[in-house]
Design a protein around this ligand. Structure first.
Ligand SMILES: Nc1nc2c(ncn2[C@@H]2O[C@H](COP(=O)(O)OP(=O)(O)OP(=O)(O)O)[C@@H](O)[C@H]2O)c(=O)[nH]1
Ligand SMILES: [Mg+2]
Length: 260
């Protein structure tokens, strides 16, 4: 049985995917975990899949574009009981996954890294993401969707594969990171956080993330879920209210019946 799939979404990361695959394989060997390294690629033109394959990773080619599509393609192809996923840009330390494994083995469905607790290296995260985008969106996520997670956008996270496959995740873009947490919280899955570090990525070109477009997509997703959740709660409250009203009405009727 494969216990762990280490999954990496990848788009044109030939500079760094190799070192990530090596670290992940070394972690599996050192920890004596029956596992696999899976790279989910959707359209790299720089030879990333070949680099990953040559070092021992399994590669799945996903036809649709976007970070979310790559993660979901990997989720479908994963053979492990658990998945731990992380960027292929060498910003997360894929050789230090023990805290994630410990929480998954103890029964948590979703284990999300917290970079603010573990440490963000100088220059690893743009100022705007570090001090505005991430804290504000994570705060809104906690407030609107009742998910007790402090770093909604951390790309290093682990989960029970079957639980995640059953959630009906859909987002094709970066906002999948938020959707995964929100749907898990609304479905009542157990969620843990572990401190993790973020290093400067090892590539020479800019990241795929686009601050304003992706920030807006995260925000829109939170608002849509919050609105849906409120509607659902309101309808439950209505039904309860109606039930209470009917009971009260019956009481009044029975107490006003003449005694015989
Ligand atoms: N397959 C695939 N992977 C993607 C896509 N967009 C991003 N990725 C991968 O997803 C991971 C995260 O993307 P990054 O560009 O590092 O974005 P980020 O980590 O949110 O942003 P930074 O923190 O600024 O690096 C990387 O491994 C990318 O190669 C995509 O459209 N398709
Ligand atoms: Mg990254």
């Amino acid at each position: 049985m494969v216990e762990l799939t280490i999954l990496m979404p990848c788009l044109n990361e030939a500079e760094t995917v190799g070192v990530c695959v090596r670290k992940a394989l070394a972690y599996l060997a050192r920890s004596q975990i029956a596992g696999e390294v899976l790279v989910s690629d959707n359209g790299s033109t720089d030879g990333s899949p070949g680099v990953a394959r040559s070092l021992g990773a399994r590669v799945v080619s996903v036809p649709s574009p976007g970070y979310g599509a790559a993660v979901l393609g990997g989720l479908l192809a994963a053979r492990g009981r658990y998945v731990i996923m992380g960027d292929a840009d060498d910003s997360y330390d894929l050789s230090q996954l023990d805290p994630f494994m410990a929480q998954l083995r103890s029964g948590y469905d979703l284990v999300v890294g917290n970079r603010f607790a573990g440490g963000v290296a100088a220059g690893a995260m743009p100022f705007l993401h570090r001090w505005l985008g991430n804290p504000v969106l994570s705060f809104l996520g906690r407030l609107l969707c009742k998910a007790k997670v402090r770093d909604f956008h951390c790309g290093l996270r682990g989960f029970r594969t079957e639980a995640m496959q059953n959630l009906g995740l859909q987002a094709a873009g970066m906002e999948l990171a938020s959707e995964m947490i929100v749907r898990s919280a609304l479905a009542g899955l157990s969620i843990a956080e572990v401190p993790t570090t973020l290093q400067r990525d090892g590539r020479s070109r800019p990241p795929h993330i686009r601050t304003w477009r992706d920030g807006w997509r995260h925000l829109r997703l939170l608002l849509l879920f919050a609105a849906g959740n409120w509607r659902w709660r309101a309808s439950v409250a209505d039904r309860r209210g109606l039930g209470a009203g009917l009971k009260a009405l019956r009481k009044i009727k029975s107490s006003s019946r003449p005694a015989v």
